[in-house]
Design a protein around this ligand. Structure first.
Ligand SMILES: [Zn+2]
Length: 318
């Protein structure tokens, strides 16, 4: 009896194992068909809209992270409006994913914040440049105009802006700050001494044209009108480095005073000195005239420091 029972159990066990085997095999076939016909993808939702499908969710996440972390130049940071959401689903194997478009759609809404440097004068923003070095150059350039440190309240501040403001060049920034009334007043307050050389007015007369921008271009000196023949007294002791005709300057005398300071006397009627001659402060070197590019008798006076043209009214005829 026991023997028959055990034989029956053995039979049914064998039967069920066979069925289980068949079912598993069938399921595998179905899985294989699904695997060939369909594929898993991630549908991407961004700002409430489905923007496409991607195969690899991690790759998209990493690319976006890298995009926001890789800042260069004057870009301070990049922030995404929000992170995309991913949903796993199966689509037919033939369907194409569009990673590029998904990335572009997200990147296009990113907010880029730029880092700029502003130069402030007495707390007011005067000019914007793109690097800290440029900002420092602007400050240095302006301070160079001064004989001593006149406690000009110049500061460099970092600015963050999501608008891509076009920064100014160092030159433009210097001009912008320089034309400010505070700077102009301070320049006029400073003495007639430049780099240790004290200048005195070569003639008395009427100022007819100032230094700087004017309709016909940049005026490199100061025009003082006086009648023809008025004696011109050299502004400081030094050595004559040029005495003769020079194009639009007409009859020109250049005197070097040392410490990089030079003065120019143009449009002269007559010249009384020669190149290489030493002159004492106040010595008569030439006479007022209207030679070269001139519309009437006047002295065109220039002051240069280390080759740079300065406004003579920083020191004289204030
Ligand atoms: Zn002139």
């Amino acid at each position: 009896m026991n023997f028959i029972l055990s034989k029956k159990i053995k039979y049914y066990t064998k039967e069920s194992l066979r069925w289980i085997g068949l079912i598993v095999f069938g399921l595998l076939i179905i899985a294989l068909v699904i695997w060939i016909k369909y594929k898993p993808v991630y549908s991407v939702t961004f700002l409430g809209k489905e923007i496409g499908m991607v195969t690899n969710k991690n790759e998209i996440e990493n690319t976006l992270q890298e995009y926001t972390e890789t800042t260069y130049g004057d870009i301070a940071f990049i922030t995404l409006k929000e992170l995309p959401e991913y949903e796993l689903k199966f689509v037919e194997s033939g369907e194409k994913t569009n990673e590029e478009e998904v990335l572009l759609a997200v990147k296009n809404t990113a907010i880029v914040t730029y880092r700029r440097y502003a130069i402030t004068l007495a707390g007011t923003q005067k000019a914007i440049v793109s690097t800290k070095e440029e900002a420092q150059n602007v400050v240095d350039e302006i301070k160079k105009e001064f004989n001593q440190d006149l406690e000009l309240d110049l500061k460099i501040i970092e600015l963050y802006d999501s608008n891509d403001i076009v920064p100014e060049t160092v030159e433009v920034a210097v001009a912008k700050v320089n034309e400010d009334e505070i700077v102009q007043t301070k320049l006029k307050e400073q003495g007639a001494t430049v780099n240790g050389i004290t200048l005195s007015a070569p003639i008395t007369g009427t100022i007819t044209s100032r230094f700087g921008g004017r309709r016909s271009g940049y005026h490199t000196g100061l025009d003082i009108a006086a009648s023809t023949g008025t004696p011109i007294a050299v502004a400081a002791s030094g050595t004559v480095t040029y005495a003769g005709n020079r194009g639009t300057y007409g009859k020109l005398v250049i005197v070097s005073h040392g410490n990089g300071v030079e003065t120019y006397y143009a449009h002269c009627n007559e010249i009384y000195v020669t190149t290489g001659q030493n002159v004492e402060s106040g010595e008569i070197i030439s006479a007022v005239g209207s030679t070269g590019n001139s519309t009437g008798p006047h002295l065109h006076l220039e002051v240069r420091v280390n080759g740079e043209i300065k406004n003579p009214q920083n020191y004289l005829y204030k």
